[in-house]
Write a protein that binds this ligand. Sequence first.
Ligand code: TXA
Ligand code: MG
Length: 362
Amino acid sequence: MARILNYSEESIEYCAEALLNGHLVSFPTETVYGLGANALDASALEKIFLAKGRPKSDPLIVHISSLFQAESLTEMPPFQRQCFDILGKAFWPGPLTLIVKASNIVPRIVTAGGESIAIRIPLGRVVQELLEKANIPIAAPSANRFGHVSPTTAQHVFDDLGSYPDLLILDHSNFCEIGIESTVVKIYEDNRILILRPGSISSLQIKKILEENKIFTEIDIVKRAVKLNKNAIEETSGLDSPGQLLTHYAPSIEAFIIKNDYVNGDFFQTFSRELLGQSVVIDFHSKNKNLEKQALCYLDLSVSGSVSEASRNLFSYLRKAEAIEKSKYILLPNLSFENSEEMGAIFDRIYRAASGKFIQIN
Ligand code: TXA
Ligand code: MG
């Protein structure tokens, strides 16, 4: 069985020791809980994939405590090096992951056999103290069962991975203040930059810092390589980031996005009003408040319309919704018309929780 340990100096020491001995430790970061192992110990890394049920084709983010620690893990050509230093200095510690060329000391299981490594210096007392105490790079995906909603509390981790033997979960209440995962940015050798996963750090912020440092390059944002047909079948070939499958963050019951506007050619299913009694409505800024009375349960990500509050609440509300007795459906808000990139990052998770399925209620 896994064990939850309350944060203290002793528990940090105990967990650092466990990591050095090849065990798994789950810890809170400013984004979500990570499931960590020593990034230089291939057999410890195997356990991450086993515990999560994650395919080995999906590479891991390596967490470090200083820019200096990236030296031995990378072999960056000039453009990568320049951008890495600028962006690292500007945004770390913080919710940004940078992908650059890996050195050959990095076990191939970290890079899923590829040439590049994802690196991040996370923010948050627990993870920083753990990194310092263990004094090793820590590879860590989000600490959920593969494909399930990312965890933002120690209990969420326990609910998904509690049966894994010897797993230690460091608990620090109210710690994942951002609540969605880091922005993942790939820096190519040939002067290109691509955002593989949107997060709270936007392409505009990244572009601005680079331009201040005289780097003028287009920043592309990966488009979902997805075509929906009637059964919401996904096409995921040719993705740059293997973890960017459409069905991700999926709650254990079916989720849909409520369409409020009809654009010609849009595909949606109709959803009978009678099913509202078996549905948990997760709303934003009272958009669908008219459904409150008929719904089995109604939750609002942020009544005041705060993006950061919505981001912090999203994953725990999805988990809350799937756990409500008799709930069969989760109905989510359509935020695709909100034109802030931060909101785009939240809607990315909503879209994937619903596997891109839109409904109209009648
Ligand atoms: O906020 C976060 O990033 C959290 C915390 C724990 O740091 N971690 C996290 O890890 O979300 P994970 O494994 O759940 O998501 C990492 C994403 C995956 O989609 C993975 O495919 C992608 O980053 N990734 C990792 N290494 C990569 C690489 N070398 N090339 C391309 N994509 C990579
Ligand atoms: Mg994940």
